[in-house]
Design a protein around this ligand. Sequence first.
Ligand SMILES: *Cc1c(COP(=O)(O)O)cnc(C)c1O
Length: 362
Amino acid sequence: MNSTIQPRPGIMDITPYQGGQATLDGITDPIKLSSNENPFGPPDAAKEAFRRAAHDLHRYPGSDHASLRRAIGDIHRLDPERVICGAGSDEIISLLCQTYAGPGDEVVHTEHGFAMYRISALAAGATPVEAAEHNRVIDVDAILAACTLRTRLVFVANPNNPTGTMIDAAGTERLAAGLPEQALLVLDGAYAEYIGGFDGGASLVENRGNVVMTRTFSKLHGLGGLRVGWGYGPAPVIDALNRVRGPFNLSTAQLDAAEAALRDRDHARTCREKNARMRAWLADALAGAGVPSDKSFANFILARFRDADEATACNAFLQSRGLIVRGTAGYKLPHCLRITIGDEAACRRVAAAIADFRKVPR
Ligand SMILES: *Cc1c(COP(=O)(O)O)cnc(C)c1O
């Protein structure tokens, strides 16, 4: 091919995102604990809404997402006018980068932060900048020190993936207050639903002009396969993002199923409670086998091994037993494995396998 035809600078620096592994050679029904999916799936009402949408596949979806935004406003007590919906929160992250960062601009993310921040920054032509974490916890001072006059966006997942740790409201408040005036703070609340009563940073969005919150239906709501997420921010930010957003970025099936899932509060509560119970149980069981983890606020735990070799060997051992977890070497945590909290049977199988791997008597 004509070698003067080249992608824009930065594009070839992107390491393609790797989704959690889903299959194992030679094993028919592996247990997938690699993508932080809800083991119970969405409520029946969401599946029913998805099926109903099959009758109208010849119709374009609405482009203003009014009904889903209204539902989000009702349930989370937010202004629906300042909600934007996307194909997963990944699309909101990408829209933020395309809208606010370009060549010469910097996008700050944290040491063990979600891979899509760096990918979306590079895709927009901007320069990703990494801020150190402290013992796998986001360090507000390190982020503020990483900011310059070129910083346009600062991405913080709270709770963070893959660490599961979080910073308190005083921390996010101090971060928002300390940013340079041209920078927007993005609080990624993909796991906010796992914390009863936590608003994911919505009140900070309300109180300041420089904060956006992103949320998803992929985790607690059990709709990772459907691809629906949303953002909440100041009116001028949402207005700008909507100019870049494709008008038909979400299908009717996506919109209707997400709304049905959101309105089923009982299902969400049950999933949250089961997750909390099994998360505590699994963390205790692994600690008993000599594998510690930080207190997690999400639907996974980050198991810490003695070194990278032990983590790799344990991952292979788990696979031999049909268990798929997530290696975190790409997140600068080569000595760890991220394990999604499955149902009780899955958690018991992981705990038993790790105890056997460590040859701890049970
Ligand atoms: C899972 C996850 C998301 C959600 O991605 P979707 O595109 O909404 O599926 C966003 N941020 C973090 C930190 C995540 O772990």
